[in-house]
Write a protein that binds this ligand. Structure first.
Ligand code: NAP
Length: 248
C-alpha cells in the first residue's frame, strides 16, 4: 500500500450489522474490491450464514460477533480484530434500529433510550474501541450510516416531504446526534488522516421498513462504499448521498 492510494487490496474493514440488509451489501461490495471484510453481527448463527453466502461467491469475508449495545461484546470484538489482523482500515457503523413508526407524542422514554443505545451510544462505543486500530492504518476511514431523517435542514424545509411526516422522533433525533458525532470525530481525527463521514443511503427496501423503501440495497450501499474508499484528497466531516454533499 502506498501513501497516495486509498485502502483496497490489502485492507481490512469492519461492518457492523452486516448479517442482512444494507450492511450485508456494503460488505459484499467492499469484499468485491479485494478488501477483507469482517462482517459484524450480534447473532452468531445469522452472522455466519451471511458470511457463508458471501464466501460462496468467492469473496474475502470473516465473521466477527459484535453487539453494539454491549461494552463487553465490543471490547471482545476489538481485541479479536487486533489479535487476527493488528489494525483496521475501514469501520462502517451500519447497525441501526428504527422502532417508532408513529408520532412522537406516543413514544415512550424507554423506546427513545433503546434507539439511542444502538444508533448513538453503540456507534460511539464501537468507534472508541476500534480507534486505536484505525490509528495504525495509513488510510483510516469511518463511515456512519445516517439518514435524511437526521437532517435538521430537511426536516423543516417546506419543499421536503419530511416536513409533513409525523413519526420517527427517536430514530430521526438519533441520526441527528450521530451526525454531530461525525462532525466531532471528523474534526478531531482530521490531522491524523482518518476521514469520518455520514452516509445517507435513501429509503431502501429492508426489514427495517418491512421492505417499503423504493431503493435497492445495491443502490443504498453505493455511497457508504464510496466513502469507505475515499482517496487521501477526499472529503471528511460531511454527510453524503448519491447526489453528493447533503445539508446537516
Ligand atoms: P436492517 O435490514 O434492519 O439491518 C439492521 C442491521 O443492524 C441488522 O444486521 C441487525 O442485526 C443490526 N443490528 C441491530 N441492532 C444491533 C446491535 N445491537 N448490535 C449489532 N447489530 C445490530 O436495516 P437496514 O435498512 O439495512 O439499515 C442499515 C443502516 O442503514 C441502519 O443504520 C439504518 O438506520 C440505515 N438507514 C436505512 C434506511 C432504509 O431505508 N433502510 C434509510 C436510511 C438509513 P439483527 O439481524 O441481529 O437484528
Amino acid at each position: 500500500m502506498t501513501d497516495e492510494t486509498p485502502p483496497t487490496a490489502d485492507s481490512i474493514a469492519l461492518v457492523t450489522g452486516a448479517n442482512k440488509g444494507i450492511g450485508k451489501e456494503i460488505s459484499r461490495q467492499l469484499a468485491a474490491q479485494g478488501i477483507l471484510v469482517l462482517m459484524g453481527a450480534r447473532d452468531r448463527e445469522r452472522g455466519e450464514k451471511a458470511v457463508t453466502d458471501l464466501k460462496a461467491q468467492g469473496l474475502p469475508v470473516e465473521f466477527i460477533q459484535i453487539d453494539v449495545t454491549s461494552q463487553t461484546s465490543v471490547d471482545h470484538a476489538a481485541a479479536e480484530v487486533e489479535r487476527r489482523h493488528g489494525r483496521l482500515d475501514i469501520l462502517v457503523n451500519n447497525a441501526g434500529i428504527a422502532l417508532d413508526w408513529f408520532p412522537g407524542s406516543e413514544l415512550t422514554v424507554e423506546a427513545l433510550q433503546n434507539t439511542f443505545e444502538t444508533n448513538v451510544f453503540g456507534v460511539f462505543r464501537v468507534t472508541k474501541a476500534l480507534l486505536p486500530l484505525l490509528q495504525r492504518s495509513k488510510h483510516g476511514r469511518i463511515v456512519n450510516m445516517s439518514s435524511g431523517l437526521g437532517s435538521l435542514t430537511r426536516q423543516v424545509d417546506p419543499a421536503s416531504p419530511l416536513t409533513a411526516q409525523n413519526m420517527l422522533l427517536a430514530y430521526s433525533s438519533s441520526k441527528a446526534a450521530l451526525n454531530m458525532m461525525t462532525v466531532q470525530f471528523g474534526k478531531e481525527l482530521k490531522a491524523s488522516g482518518i476521514k469520518v463521514n455520514s452516509a445517507n443511503p435513501g429509503f431502501t427496501a429492508t426489514d427495517m421498513n418491512q421492505h417499503r423503501g423504493p431503493r435497492t440495497v445495491e443502490q443504498a450501499a453505493a455511497t457508504p462504499v464510496r466513502l469507505a474508499l475515499l482517496t487521501d484528497d477526499g472529503p471528511t466531516t460531511g454527510v453524503f448521498s448519491d447526489d453528493g454533499a447533503e445539508p446537516w
